[in-house]
Ligand binder design. Structure first.
Ligand SMILES: Cc1cc2nc3c(=O)[nH]c(=O)nc-3n(C[C@H](O)[C@H](O)[C@H](O)COP(=O)(O)OP(=O)(O)OC[C@H]3O[C@@H](n4cnc5c(N)ncnc54)[C@H](O)[C@@H]3O)c2cc1C
Length: 279
């Protein structure tokens, strides 16, 4: 039997020190909803578990100047849902986080753990390791299924969501074969800004249709400058379909996933636009 050591440091420096010193034998523990499943199945056999839930910076939700938010990497979905103002500013981000698992899973599962397990919103991610602190775009963190671009010893510290201009909102929808507790066939997130009915800024993200989440710039460009009419939505939907590189599995064929990506783009954009207009 392999011995497993467990530490629960109070500071980020202590956590990084322990994690980096143990090298590839160590695993970070946030909510544990992925890690414990992997350990039980024997897929992962860590020599050291570094529990990061006692580090304040990793478990705090803070409003930053101008109306943005900094979310600690280990903040569970249920805690984020209870924040008095986050839902108003970033409803789509909250939708995405709160679709993870069930109520029970939500009490533990963090967005940081989800990203590091390697599964959008214009978020900047802060990471820190033995060589100091650096920032990455959220879309640059996953490197492929089960792999990230974090260097050895680096811990994901927080997500920073920028302040938003008036007329901005977002939405997230996912398609699953069952009514809940399933993995997405396709996920779609849209963040946009409207001024006098015209889309002035957009970001479109797709999940589960490629080895990593995709930021679909041509879809965003199809929306920007339009009044989100049928022509613009169809162009954006086609751009999403063109970006898909999905797998064929029991949840959905390549053709099905590709078709659904365009459908979700239209629905998600409409929800985000209604929210941006305060409807
Ligand atoms: C019943 C059930 C249903 C689920 N449903 C869904 C679902 O619908 N959608 C979905 O996407 N996932 C789902 N999951 C998977 C899981 O809940 C999510 O991926 C969750 O967000 C993981 O977060 P966590 O805090 O529990 O991560 P953990 O299990 O603590 O960590 C996951 C991985 O990330 C690493 N890690 C964690 N935090 C950091 C950090 N700050 N820095 C560096 N590395 C870190 C860990 O070492 C580990 O390798 C489900 C799991 C269960 C058990």
């Amino acid at each position: 039997m392999t011995d497993i050591r467990y530490v629960a440091p109070q500071t980020l420096d202590e956590a990084i020190g322990a994690y980096a010193a143990a090298g590839s034998a160590a695993r970070i523990l946030a909510g544990g909803t992925d890690l414990l499943v992997q350990m039980r199945s024997g897929a992962v056999k860590p020599g050291l578990i570094v529990d990061i839930k006692k580090v304040r910076e990793l478990t705090a939700v803070e409003e930053i100047s101008g109306g943005g938010f900094r979310i600690g990497a280990a903040v569970p979905g249920a805690v984020l849902a209870e924040h008095p103002r986050f839902r108003q500013t970033w409803p789509g981000v909250l939708e995405a986080v709160n679709l993870i698992g069930s109520t029970q899973v939500q009490g533990r599962a963090s967005a940081g753990g989800n990203l590091c397990n390697a599964s959008p919103a214009g978020a900047i991610v802060t990471v820190q390791g033995p060589d100091g602190r650096r920032e990455l775009k959220v879309e640059d963190v996953p490197a492929g299924p089960g792999r990230t671009n974090l260097k050895p010893g680096e811990i994901l510290v927080s997500f920073t969501l920028p302040p938003r201009p008036p007329g901005s909102s977002d939405a997230y929808l996912r398609m699953i074969p069952r009514t809940e507790m399933d993995i997405a066939v396709v996920g779609c997130g849209v963040s946009l800004t409207l001024k006098d009915g015209v889309c002035t800024h957009a970001r479109v993200g797709l999940g589960a249709v490629a080895p990593t989440a995709l930021l679909v710039e041509p879809a965003a460009q199809a929306l920007i400058g339009s009044r989100l009419d049928d022509t613009a939505l169809t162009a954006a939907a086609n751009a999403c379909r063109a970006a898909c590189r999905p797998i064929d599995d029991k949840r959905g064929t390549i053709a099905y996933r590709t078709q659904i990506a365009g459908v979700l783009l239209k629905r998600t954009t409409n929800i985000a636009a209604e929210r941006a207009q305060g409807k």
